[in-house]
Design a protein around this ligand. Structure first.
Ligand SMILES: *Cc1c(COP(=O)(O)O)cnc(C)c1O
Length: 356
């Protein structure tokens, strides 16, 4: 465990939830990482402290103009009882791409990794043990300067909080029904769709609510200009298997560059399947489905790893994909990625980082 980051231990450790009680984002561990940046000092005072409320001025810029970014990754407990991270360098790099887009200060990548390692090591007893469970890691940066003018703030906080999360598929793979959104849009090229920033989520809530009322768990976003090209699903990237090829929307500037998407592409390539990144229209997917050429569709993201899609609803059409069953590639990817993440299988690409 790195020793450069000072630690203040809680005097009131919380009762840990039982593995059966876990869900997503509900329980938080005993400690958090915290540091601040100002224009003249840069990032300073990195520390691990008891988990608790932040003190913010009501005029703090983040509360008014949403200058905020975040990341999401997980720590897993291996069968040898070590704690493993999966490709945290990708999260560090993406945080800084998001920071640049939102006019926020970069975080030194080694410090980002040390901060995660230190806080996770401090709360290592919180990494759950049951199959499929993990410790979700949420780094976030907010603009804290008390100032209502519209310009990049001159003061920031960066923090990392941790929550034990349950198995995403506690009762086996649960394919999702997805509504193709043809009214609202999530992002446009030149906007902030490729930054991991809270505002993208705030603007997606109305669409998600309407989809839930219609019985769909997620929406599939189309491009913001022509409402024709497929972008991504809620908090996941999307891929299709068409004519035995793995097809996923190219990074266009309006979708997020997912770590799981990148991991999936590499594995699929390793397995000798052709990977195609290009613009894909919703009409093409409908046609491929009608002609029997659409074999699978699945989301890719840290929370679920792989999320098979059993139905796509678009305007009046309802497409059943793979007879509602989980496709072989989705299953193989889910198993392979989960097993590498948990130290149950060799890691030929050097993706796993052990926390000591
Ligand atoms: C975080 C996120 C993803 C998935 O990225 P991973 O790194 O694979 O977890 C996809 N889309 C959006 C909008 C996201 O915020």
């Amino acid at each position: 465990m790195p020793t450069t980051i000072p630690l203040t231990r809680t005097t009131h450790p919380k009762a840990k939830p039982r593995d059966e009680e876990l869900s997503f984002g509900k329980f938080f561990t005993d400690h958090m990482f915290l540091m601040e940046a100002t224009a003249d000092q840069g990032w300073h005072n990195p520390r691990v402290v008891p988990y608790g409320p932040l003190s913010l001025d009501p005029s703090a810029a983040v509360l008014h103009y949403s200058q905020e970014i975040f990341e999401g990754l997980k720590a897993y407990r291996s069968p040898r009882d070590t704690i493993l991270l999966f490709r945290p360098d990708k999260n560090a790099a993406r945080l800084n791409r998001s920071a640049a887009r939102m006019c926020m200060p970069a975080v030194d990548e080694p410090l980002f990794l040390d901060a995660i390692k230190t806080v996770v090591a401090t709360d290592r007893d919180w990494v759950p043990r049951a199959a499929g469970t993990s410790l979700y890691i949420r780094p976030a940066m907010i603009a804290t300067e008390p100032f209502l003018g519209v310009r990049p703030a001159q003061a920031y906080s960066f923090f990392i909080i941790l929550c034990p999360v349950g198995a995403y598929y506690a009762e086996g793979f649960n394919p999702v029904k997805i509504l193709v959104e043809d009214h609202y849009v999530r992002a446009v090229k030149g906007g902030t769709g490729d930054a991991k920033t809270g505002g993208n989520y705030a603007s997606s809530l109305a669409s998600a609510e309407e989809a839930h009322h219609k019985g769909y768990s997620q929406v599939l976003w189309l491009d913001g200009v022509e409402r024709k090209y497929i972008e991504e699903v809620g908090s996941m990237n999307i891929a299709f298997v068409i004519d035995n090829e793995f097809v996923t929307p190219a990074l266009s500037g309006s979708i997020l560059d997912g770590v799981t998407r990148d991991t999936t592409k590499q594995l699929v390539k390793d397995w000798g399947i052709r990977v195609v990144e290009r613009p894909i229209t919703i009409d093409e997917v409908l046609t491929a489905s009608r002609n029997g050429r659409l074999q699978e569709a699945f989301g890719m993201g840290t929370a679920a790893v792989i999320s098979p899609v059993s139905e796509l609803a678009y305007k009046d059409a309802k497409l059943a994909i793979g007879n509602g069953e989980v496709g072989p590639l989705a299953q193989r990817l889910f198993d392979e990625i989960s097993n590498i993440q948990r130290g149950l299988k060799p890691d030929p690409h050097g993706w796993v980082v052990e926390i000591r």
